[in-house]
Design a protein around this ligand. Structure first.
Ligand SMILES: Cc1cc2nc3c(=O)[nH]c(=O)nc-3n(C[C@H](O)[C@H](O)[C@H](O)COP(=O)(O)OP(=O)(O)OC[C@H]3O[C@@H](n4cnc5c(N)ncnc54)[C@H](O)[C@@H]3O)c2cc1C
Length: 355
């Protein structure tokens, strides 16, 4: 069975930021990610050979550590201040993003440039789905069960997926561990909002759009229309990403894709013209846990010592008052600080021993 000092489940921005911060403190964790690439909800897919950001549409934040990390991305063409032109009069999911204190940024090659930068040089295994955790009775370690391969064991395991998903993994452990049972009520404070998203490409759009992002004020279905192609080279088709409002997304989450994708494009057409209903190519993505519902987030990550001496930790966008992607990044760093302060990291204790 593989043994490692720390396992991080999830290579989204929180998991990768935690991995970077732990490395700075002398511990190289193993990051397990079930998807074929890193980034999680900071997601870029290729459509007709061109990148499209179908999760978070742009990066924004103000914390010096977050901004320094964005500045360190070397292989992306920076679009500072994107989205520069906003229309519609409605509000983004985090209205403070546009109040002046946040820096806004996108990358021409797609937003995954940021998580890819964080992952560089880190020990990340892709395509590894963690299906269960087990508390070992005879060692200060947690067994991490993965699909189709041998389990791993580590004295520190950090979960970084959306809170309801972490809840599912931890529930079976709660009967055997009072410490885990004590974490679940906290975790259940965090509520998430779904988002149904449609990518629509138009080879021959009848008119040019002047804005980068439109937040329709009067729509009950559409939260945002993002002109993704405004981030790319000018030679491609017009590409829009239409995001559903939280209530609409919740209502249609279990409905056939055809139904909700058609509804969203029809509603976007009400604002832009009925040509929007007839894209040359359409793709969809249902985000079950797109964002954290405001005021349900916790202000800090969790780290708890289990009965056998192992440490279970949790971070992610639900574990920082900054919320969103910046909150995910900060929660990873804050968890690393906490693990160091509490003397949990093997390298930290070695350093203390040798001092
Ligand atoms: C449509 C949309 C719009 C958004 N708009 C904004 C915005 O305007 N501003 C903003 O700040 N934020 C926005 N966000 C939210 C932002 O993207 C997230 O807050 C942030 O990316 C969360 O990062 P994370 O690392 O906490 O979680 P995630 O990105 O979800 O990372 C968790 C990772 O864990 C992996 N994983 C899950 N389960 C397992 C398992 N069992 N085994 C192995 N791996 C697993 C997942 O595949 C994923 O890669 C938006 C998100 C979406 C989807």
């Amino acid at each position: 069975m593989d043994h490692t000092d720390a396992v991080i489940v999830g290579a989204g921005v929180a998991g990768l930021s935690l991995a970077v911060a732990l490395r700075e403190k002398g511990t190289e964790p193993l990051v397990l990610e079930r998807a074929p690439g890193v980034g999680g909800r900071c997601a870029t897919r290729r459509v007709q050979g061109r990148p499209v950001d179908h999760g978070v549409p742009f990066l924004h934040g103000r914390h010096p550590a977050f901004l320094a990390s964005l500045d360190a991305v070397e292989d992306g063409t920076r679009l500072d201040g994107w989205p520069a032109i906003r229309a519609g009069g409605g509000l983004p999911c985090q209205p403070e993003a546009f109040e002046g204190a946040d820096r806004l940024l996108a990358f021409r090659e797609g937003l995954t440039r940021f998580p890819k930068h964080l992952a560089r040089g880190r020990n990340v295994r892709l395509g590894v789905n963690v299906t269960a955790l087990r508390l070992l009775p005879d060692a200060a370690a947690i067994e991490v069960v993965v699909e189709g391969a041998a389990p791993l064991r580590a004295p520190v395991v950090a979960l970084t997926m959306p809170a309801p998903k972490a809840d599912q993994l931890l529930q079976p452990l709660a009967a055997a561990s009072r410490a885990v049972a004590g974490v679940l009520p906290l975790l259940r404070q965090i509520r998430t909002i779904p988002c149904l998203a449609v990518i629509a490409c138009y080879d021959a759009a009848p008119r040019a759009l002047e804005w980068d992002v439109c937040y329709p004020l009067s729509s009950t279905m559409v939260h945002a229309i993002i002109r993704d192609s405004a981030k790319r080279e000018a030679d491609g088709p017009l590409t829009l990403v239409v995001q559903g409002r939280p209530r609409f997304s919740r209502e249609y989450l279990a409905a056939p894709v055809e139904e909700w994708a058609g509804e969203l494009l029809w509603e976007a057409g009400e604002f832009l013209g009925d040509w929007v209903e007839r894209p040359s190519l359409r793709q969809e993505h249902a985000w079950h846990h797109a964002r954290v519902e405001p005021a349900t987030e916790l202000s800090a990550p969790i780290a708890t010592r289990l009965e056998n001496g192992a440490v279970l930790a949790l971070c992610g966008d639900g574990f920082s008052s900054a919320m969103g992607l910046e909150g995910a990044f900060l929660s990873g760093r804050s968890l690393a600080d906490r693990l160091e302060t509490e003397g949990v990291l093997p390298a930290a204790s070695t350093r203390k021993d040798s001092a």
